[in-house]
Ligand binder design. Structure first.
Ligand SMILES: [Zn+2]
Length: 172
């Protein structure tokens, strides 16, 4: 498994199960990668509707055919753009393209539905993606994450922690 960080909250997880993009704002100042350089994605996870998290979701999904995952209110907007969507509500354990996914609560704001964090399980890794780039704005819902992580096959989680720093890690 390879994980690439593009700055801010944008990640790519390349695994046997598929390639997942998280909050793909690739065209940010920290990134040397251009959105058009992203050639492959099976799933794109968007935690909330702010532009620094939606990023280039629409053009990347149109180019790659990726399924866009977001809570129902936000997914409806992507559906209107003609994208394939997967729209589980908060706390539902779901599977899309062979990748297990659950959205969890987060302290933040959003104009379209609730802001979320996401727990993604692919291959043998369970990854907790916080919804925003500053830990001070984010609530780690340890109980929720622990429960969902256990049900998804308890493992280690990685979290984006700070806009210009690498992943923080902790044990669920
Ligand atoms: Zn935001």
């Amino acid at each position: 498994m390879k994980i690439r960080w593009f700055g801010h909250s944008a990640f790519e997880i390349d695994a046997d199960a598929g390639t997942v993009l998280l909050d793909p704002w690739i065209n940010n100042l920290s990134s040397s990668t251009k959105p058009e350089d992203i050639r492959e994605a099976s799933v794109i996870v968007v935690t909330h509707d702010h532009s620094d998290h939606v990023g280039e979701t629409v053009p990347i999904a149109k180019r790659t055919g990726a399924t866009v995952c977001a809570i129902p209110e936000l997914a409806a907007i992507f559906r209107k753009e003609g994208l394939k969507v997967h729209a589980p509500n908060m706390g539902s354990l779901t599977e899309v393209q062979g990748i297990k996914l659950a959205f969890v609560p987060a302290f933040h704001t959003s104009g379209t539905g609730l802001p979320t964090g996401a727990i993604v399980k692919l291959d043998e890794a369970v990854i907790y993606h916080m919804e925003t780039h500053q830990s001070s704005q984010t609530c780690l819902w340890f109980e929720t994450c622990t429960n969902l992580g256990s049900r998804l096959c308890q493992s280690e989680a990685s979290i984006p922690w700070g806009p210009l720093k690498p992943l923080g890690r902790f044990k669920l």
